[in-house]
Design a protein around this ligand. Sequence first.
Ligand code: PGA
Length: 261
Amino acid sequence: MKKRPLIAGNWKMYKTASEAVTLVQTLKAAAHAVSNVTIVICPPFTALSEVSRVLKDSPIHLGAQNMYCAPEGAFTGEISPMMLKDSGCRYVILGHSERRQYFKEDDILIHEKVKTALKYSIIPIVCVGETLAEREAKKHFDVVKAQFADSIGRLEKEDIPKVVIAYEPVWAIGTGKTATPDQAEQMHSYIRRLLNERYSQEVGSRIPLLYGGSVKPDNTKSLMEKPNIDGALVGGASLKAESFAQIIQEAQQTYETGNKS
Ligand code: PGA
């Protein structure tokens, strides 16, 4: 039996607060027809509070795109877990490849952030994934294994069930080049194995593994049909209510059909 899918929208550095409100109002209306998908949207920090107000009484959850690993302090320009909670966030994306690439975040820092998020009861969506050069050099499994070991695998057994993992091959992000469902499934089942070996089969089977990288309405079904793909982290296609709503519907249909057969 497949897990209830989780579809998260990563809005990146797009949408002012008023644009965010307009988008989320449309999404909120579309979400009424959805009962079998966990929906998360991650707008920029400046829109969180307003979006949270619009989402009141809606099944859509709010997430942030980053967070610092201290509860408060002299960290100019950073955002704390307490601030995220105060803004209505239940999730936070951590270790996105754009954070790793442009802001030099490493697995040690990401691990600290993951631990802090868990301490404040915020669900971390931890991203891992290889670059094109690493895949071409056939190092993709080693890269993901090391990212997993350093950012996630150092968590205690009692903390790991609260984590969501997103596999996002860097070469598929914003490029229109999706990993094929088979390529994605191969890595997802590898990550599942890492979880099983480090923790237990029971734990491994419970952790949602999302795929991210050019997810669109027309490739959602083929990805979501794969046994170890439990959802998607969607960038570009989450910026339009229509395409994001379609992705959610595809995920719901695939889940319902899969669990019937
Ligand atoms: P994309 O982005 O869907 O635009 O490829 C995914 C992500 O970066 O999370």
